[in-house]
Write a new protein. Structure first.
Length: 235
C-alpha cells in the first residue's frame, strides 16, 4: 500500500514538472514584442513589464530596439520587405541621381564654374575662379575662391533667413567672411540682397557688401564692397 502511495506521489510530481516545463515563461527582457506587449518588452496587460513611455516599439516611426528598418524586422512581426521609395531629400544618391539628392530626377547639382562672384576687396577688384552653393539644413552658404601659389582668397556668404528675394543683414550666426592667408575676417556689418531666389532650380543671384575685422592675422578691418553673385546653384 505504501509503495502504491509513493509511486502515485512520484508520478504526480513528474506530471507537474512536465506541465510547468511546457509552459512558456513570461519575460520582459527577451528583446521581442510578444505576449500582449504593446512595445518591445513593455506595456503588457498584466502589468509585469514597464510602461512603453519612451521605450522602443514597432510603431514609433524610428529604427530602434534591434529593428532592421523603421518599425520592421528584428523584434517586430512584419518583415522589411517594402523599403521607402527614394526621394530627392533622403540623403542617398539613388534613383539615377548624379549626386546626393541632385541631378537626374532632382534639381541640378552645383558645378564649379557655372556661377560667378565678384567684389572689390579694400579697393582692389576680385573675381572668383571657383564658385559653389550649399544648403546646410536651412542655411545657404555661397562660396567664392581664387587660388595662387602663395595663398587662397575666399569669400563666404551665409544666409539663414527666408529662401526668398529681399535684403537681409549679416549677423553673428549668419556672417559673411573674407579669408586670405593668415587673414580670417568676420563681418561686423553688411547686407546681402537676393534679386533671384529660385527654390525650384536652386539658383540665386544678387549683391552683397560688408565690413569685417581680422580675427586671425591682426590686420585690422577690411571692406568688401560692390559684391555680386550670379546664377549660383546650391545643393
Amino acid at each position: 500500500m505504501k509503495t502504491k502511495i509513493w509511486l502515485s506521489l512520484v508520478l504526480f510530481t513528474v506530471l507537474v514538472v512536465t506541465m510547468g516545463s511546457c509552459k512558456q515563461s513570461y519575460s520582459c527582457t527577451d528583446g521581442e514584442q510578444n505576449q500582449g506587449e504593446t512595445g518591445i518588452d513593455c506595456g503588457d496587460a498584466e502589468g509585469n513589464c514597464p510602461p512603453c513611455a519612451n521605450m522602443p516599439n514597432c510603431s514609433d516611426g524610428i529604427q530602434n530596439g534591434g529593428e532592421l528598418g523603421v518599425d520592421c524586422g528584428g523584434p517586430c512581426s512584419n518583415p522589411c520587405n517594402n523599403p521607402p521609395a527614394p526621394t530627392c531629400t533622403d540623403g542617398i544618391q539613388n534613383q539615377g541621381e548624379t549626386g546626393i539628392d541632385c541631378g537626374g530626377p532632382c534639381s541640378p547639382c552645383s558645378t564649379p564654374g557655372t556661377g560667378a562672384m565678384t567684389a572689390v576687396i579694400d579697393g582692389t577688384n576680385w573675381t572668383a575662379t571657383s564658385v559653389s552653393g550649399l544648403d546646410t539644413g536651412g542655411k545657404l552658404n555661397l562660396i567664392g575662391k581664387t587660388f595662387s601659389a602663395t595663398d587662397t582668397i575666399e569669400i563666404r556668404l551665409v544666409h539663414g533667413g527666408t529662401f526668398a528675394t529681399g535684403t537681409y543683414d549679416f549677423t553673428a550666426i549668419n556672417p559673411a567672411t573674407y579669408s586670405q592667408g593668415a587673414i580670417e575676417c568676420i563681418s561686423s556689418a553688411g547686407t546681402i540682397t537676393f534679386t533671384t531666389f529660385n527654390t525650384a532650380t536652386k539658383t540665386v543671384s544678387g549683391t552683397f557688401t560688408f565690413s569685417c575685422t581680422d580675427a586671425g592675422g591682426g590686420t585690422g578691418s577690411h571692406d568688401i564692397t560692390t559684391g555680386t553673385f550670379t546664377n549660383i546653384v546650391y545643393n
